[in-house]
Design a protein around this ligand. Sequence first.
Ligand code: MN3
Length: 317
Amino acid sequence: MITRMDKLMLDLPPCKNPSANDAAAVQELLGGKFGEMSTLMNYTFQSFNFRGREQYRPFYDLIANIAAEEFSHIEAVSYTINMLLTGTTPRDGDPKKGPLTEAVDARNSYHFLATGQQAYCGDSQGNFWTGQNVYSSGNLKLDLLHNFFLECGARANKIRVYEMVKDPTARAMVGFLLVRGGVHIVAYAKALEKLSGVAVGGLLPIPSISNQRFPEAKVHEDKGLHRILYRFSPDDYKQIVEVWNGPHPEDGKPLEVQDGPPKGYDPPDLDAEPQPTSPDGPDMGPDPEMLKEYADRIFGTSMAVSMSEKKKPKKKR
Ligand code: MN3
């Protein structure tokens, strides 16, 4: 079971430059092969499928517990996409003005056609996320190797998105997830070390650039967030401490398990998009032309005339 809190793991700053194309790039971090949907679903299914868990309890606890944190990562990326899309089109309910005309130049039209300018469960190219991205082999070493590789690939993509998108909302999200994804890279490296004795941590960082080079990541590392594994459960997954211990492979500082989830921050509450097709519809009351046409059809022209005269006495039919 999962307990849910109405909080984000990080405080997302306001978006300065709404951009559908920036949002399209960020989609890769949500629904791409190496995106947060993939990490969430890989660890979730591996935990469901984990056999021999009494024998390998610390590794089961680790995978199941990291799966829980990944939920907050899909949240953070989704909110970022919504914030980048807010303000990309004029807030006007008159379809004749073509309020969505600029959207035809957006790289990804699904943000406007398939959703109400929202995050969708797909990648930067408009491919929908697929369960084919989930690997659950039944072999613990294979799964841990896969997870280590998946997190390193995810880190590469985060760095590329950081280099593509300069907006502060996107960069704050990427910087934070570089740190938290970095924790998961180290966790899987540690798990492989415990199982095999091989010093996997010596490979890090992959790609070989420090998180300290990204100001939005450095701010969290300076507070020690790269050394903390949250135990996302009131009473369970206590044996993660048997994997998450010892020195951090990059700066040698001690790894710590923190009991319970982080405090979290209130998620941004974005205004409804006042497009005719949004859930709220345009903020202009009932369409007067549509009302008149229905009055014509139901009551005949004379009633429609009197109704339209009541409403707009000066207008001639
Ligand atoms: Mn993640």
